[in-house]
Design a protein around this ligand. Structure first.
Ligand code: KG4
Ligand code: ZN
Length: 338
């Protein structure tokens, strides 16, 4: 079965083609990062308009890459939420319209399920059950995954998401949007021990996270450095060291809680999904920590860590194979859930 999948929940337009037997055949992606950069964050109205401009050319591109036409498509899938309402509507409208016009099933997919199953696109592919660490701009969760559709929440953030912590502290450091990759780049090679930052809930007995205190700690440090610096200009090496300390604080908590989740569940496999999963220090520290537990970490291919259409089409394919998709649903209902 050939599935055409659409992602448009935030600032990436993604379209992909997945074969339930052969896996991912093609995916096309447009990131709006450059467009939103001037505003320091995603502007919802601009995002929706850009999705409208990009979605059909990307659909043609993905189908052409796969060497297929719309006639070959057996079902469509789309991100139904969570996300920006107007942005979600674009992908949902296009997917639903194609389904309605061609009498094809339309499969709504939860954005986080897309991220959660995306490490299964990697080689080697993790077997169920596993623990999943979901770390995106909007979510930070640890889940136990026993199969497609069988998810148990083990712990989550009580305030900011890990990606949000990266983005907000990056903003304090004067870095552009999105902050995560920019902060990681600034931190590269810097001394992460020069500044000590709090690691909230590091030793708590639960599997929850809290990151909101980190930005206050970084702000306090930064103000102090500004006061001490000639003309208030913080040295580049201090900014880099503060970025490195921030990254270290976030990553240390993520790794400690991930290892605790494995110990508590008795599982040996952990998959990391969501944009923050692209972070190199997180990958390295997790792999090092797992060596002691004889556990194994699985990551989605780097290009599929942040939002994309492949994970949506793939999650739909997994649902179809597990008998969890309603293949009679062709009605044009826009069931988005921002
Ligand atoms: O999954 P995603 O693309 O979108 C959401 O669903 O939120 O995640 C985006 C988040 C942003 O907060 C971004 O700063 C963060 O992932 N991110 C990173 C890195 N690449 C993206 N954070 C840390 N290090 C990175 N290399
Ligand atoms: Zn996402």
């Amino acid at each position: 079965m050939i599935i055409l999948g659409f992602e448009s929940s935030c600032d990436e337009t993604g379209v992909a083609v997945v074969d339930t037997q052969r896996g991912l055949l093609a995916h096309a992606l447009h990131s709006q990062v450059a467009m939103h950069e001037d505003y320091g964050g995603v502007v919802p109205e601009l995002a929706s308009r850009d999705h409208i401009r990009r979605v059909l050319p990307l659909t043609r591109e993905a189908l052409a890459q796969a060497g297929l036409g719309l006639d070959d498509v057996d079902a469509v899938a789309y991100t139904a939420g969570p996300g920006l309402a107007g942005a979600l509507l674009v992908g949902a409208s296009v997917a639903r319209s194609i389904a309605w016009a061609r009498d094809l099933p339309a499969i709504p997919i939860h954005h986080l399920e897309g991220h959660l199953l995306s490490p299964l696109l990697a080689d080697p592919r993790p077997e169920f059950p596993f623990v999943a660490l979901l770390v995106s701009g909007g979510h930070t969760q640890l889940m136990r995954v026993d199969g497609v559709g069988q998810y148990t929440l083990l712990g989550e953030t009580l305030d900011d998401a890990a990606g949000e912590a990266f983005d907000k502290t990056a903003k304090l450091l004067g870095l552009g949007y999105p902050g995560g990759p920019a902060l990681a780049a600034l931190a590269e090679g810097a001394d992460e021990t020069r500044f000590e930052l709090p690691r909230p809930k590091l030793h708590s007995q639960d599997l929850d996270f809290s990151f909101s205190g980190l930005k206050t700690a970084v702000l306090t440090r930064l103000r102090q450095l500004e006061r001490d610096a000639p003309e208030g200009r913080v040295a580049e090496s201090d900014r880099a060291a503060l970025a490195a300390a921030t990254q270290a604080a976030i990553v240390d908590v993520l790794v400690a809680k991930s290892l605790r989740a494995l110990k508590e569940t008795g599982l040996k496999r952990i998959v990391v999904a969501g944009g923050v999963g692209a972070n190199r220090r997180l990958r390295e520290r997790l792999v090092a920590g797992l060596a002691r537990l004889k556990g194994q970490a699985y990551f989605p291919p780097l290009a599929l860590c942040t939002d994309n259409g492949a994970m949506i089409a793939f999650a739909a394919a997994m649902r179809v194979q597990a008998g969890l998709a309603d293949l009679t649903d062709t009605k044009p209902a826009f069931d988005v859930h921002p």
